[in-house]
Design a protein around this ligand. Structure first.
Ligand code: ZN
Length: 370
C-alpha cells in the first residue's frame, strides 16, 4: 500500500493548513499523556501502542478491538479519534479522519494485525475531521457507512467552500474581529476566524468522497457480525444530527464519535446539535456498565469518569447560563460571559463560537420554548 503520510501530498497538506496548526497552538493544546491514569490500569488496554506516529497512536483495547487516538498538538493528519474491530471473517474501521493519509494510517495499522476483508468504514458523523479522508476508502474499494443524511450534510457544508473567494467565506468573521466591543469578544471572534480558516483550507485541500452505504437511523440498532465479534451500531441525538456510535456489548466497549469529548469542551455549533438531547444521551452512557471503556471522538480513552466529567462541563455551562438568563442578561452578551472554572482550565476549546457560545445560545432558546 502507498504510504501517503510520507509523500509530497502530506507536506503540501500541512503547508496548506498551517493556519489550522496555529489554531491548535492557540487552543492551548497540551500533548496527550500516553494513557489517562484511570485507564492505564485497565487490563483490556495495552500499555504499549501497536503504532505511534505522534499525530495518532493505535492501541489494543479488547479482543479484536483497537482505538486510534489523535494528538493534534503533534500534527493534523487524523485530527479525530477512531479505531477498528477485527473478527475472524471481517473488520470494521471507524472514521474517515481529517485526510486520506489519516485513513491510510489506520488501515496500515489494521493490516499489522489482520488480513481479513474490510466490511466497511463508518463515519460517526459528517464533520470534516471525521470525513475528509473518505477518498482513501473510495480508492481502496472500502464501502463507507454513515447516517443517511451524512452525504447531504458533507455536500451542503463543504462544497460551497471549494473554489470560493476566501473573503466571501471569512469576511463576516474578520469584520467581527475588527468591530468587537471588548478584548474578550475580540479573542472569541479571532478563535472563530482561526477555526473557520482551518476548515476552509482543509475543504479546499480535500477531494470530497461521500458515504455510499446510508444507514436509516429508524432501523437501528444494526448488528454487524464480524466472525466471533458482534458490533452494534446505534444513533443518538446531540452533537450533529448524524451521530452514530459503535458498541461491543460483550466487551463493554463503546466508540462514541463526537458524542463524547474526553477532557475537551464539547463542540455544539451544529444547527442540528441539541443540548438537552446531548445531555440525555450522556445520561444513557452513564447508565451503561460501570466498567465500560469509551473511545471518544476527541481526547483520551476513558471509563465512566470521562462521561461524568463531560456531564459536569454541561452542568457548569448550563448553571452559569441559567444565572445570566434569570438576571436578564441578553443572549448576545451571555454567550461571551461564561467563565472557565479552574478544574476545566486545561480543557481545549475548539473556538469559542463552536463550543461554549452556541451551547449558551441553544440553552437560551430551549428555555424560551418552555
Ligand atoms: Zn464533530
Amino acid at each position: 500500500m502507498i504510504d501517503l503520510s510520507k509523500g509530497f501530498s502530506r507536506r503540501k497538506f500541512i503547508a496548506n493548513t498551517s493556519c489550522f496548526g496555529a489554531f491548535y497552538a492557540a487552543a492551548r493544546l497540551i500533548p496527550l499523556p500516553a494513557l489517562a491514569a484511570e485507564t492505564a490500569s485497565d487490563s483490556r488496554v495495552a500499555q504499549t501502542p501497536l503504532v505511534d506516529k505522534g499525530f495518532a497512536s493505535v492501541r489494543k483495547i479488547g479482543n479484536g478491538l483497537y482505538a486510534t487516538i489523535s494528538d493534534p498538538s503533534k500534527g493534523i493528519t487524523t485530527i479525530c479519534n477512531g479505531g477498528f474491530l477485527v473478527g475472524k471473517d471481517a473488520a470494521l474501521v471507524i472514521e474517515g479522519f481529517g485526510s486520506p493519509a489519516g485513513a491510510a494510517f489506520q488501515l496500515d495499522a489494521l493490516r499489522m494485525v489482520s488480513q481479513v476483508p474490510v466490511k466497511g468504514a463508518l463515519d460517526t458523523h459528517y464533520h470534516f475531521d471525521h470525513s475528509m479522508g473518505n477518498a482513501f476508502y473510495g480508492a481502496n474499494g472500502v464501502p463507507i457507512w454513515a447516517h443517511a443524511t451524512t452525504a447531504k450534510r458533507i455536500v451542503e457544508s463543504y462544497v460551497p467552500m471549494q473554489g470560493a473567494d476566501k473573503e466571501a467565506v471569512l469576511g463576516s468573521l474578520e469584520k467581527r474581529v475588527k468591530d468587537a466591543k471588548s478584548d474578550l469578544e475580540r479573542a472569541h471572534a479571532q478563535s472563530d476566524l482561526n477555526a473557520v480558516t482551518g476548515v476552509f483550507q482543509i475543504a479546499n485541500a480535500s477531494v470530497l468522497a461521500l458515504p455510499n452505504h446510508p444507514i436509516d437511523a429508524a432501523k437501528l440498532p444494526m448488528m454487524m457480525d464480524l466472525g466471533g465479534l458482534t458490533a452494534v451500531v446505534e444513533s443518538y441525538p446531540g452533537h450533529s444530527g448524524t451521530d452514530m456510535i459503535v458498541k461491543v456489548p460483550e466487551q463493554n466497549v463503546v466508540y462514541t464519535g463526537d458524542l463524547l469529548f474526553s477532557g475537551w469542551y464539547p463542540v455544539c455549533f451544529d444547527e442540528k446539535a441539541t443540548i438537552s438531547g446531548w445531555r440525555d444521551t450522556l445520561k444513557k452512557f452513564a447508565a451503561l456498565d460501570k466498567d465500560t471503556l469509551f473511545v471518544p471522538g476527541h481526547g483520551q480513552i476513558c471509563g465512566q469518569e470521562g462521561i461524568a466529567t463531560i456531564r459536569e462541563v454541561f452542568d457548569d455551562i448550563a448553571g452559569q447560563a441559567e444565572k445570566m438568563h434569570k438576571a436578564g442578561v441578553p443572549v448576545e452578551e451571555a454567550q461571551h460571559r461564561y467563565v472557565v472554572p479552574e478544574k476545566f482550565k486545561n480543557f481545549p476549546i475548539y473556538a469559542w463560537g463552536f463550543t461554549i457560545g452556541p451551547a449558551i445560545t441553544k440553552l437560551y432558546a430551549e428555555w424560551k420554548g418552555r
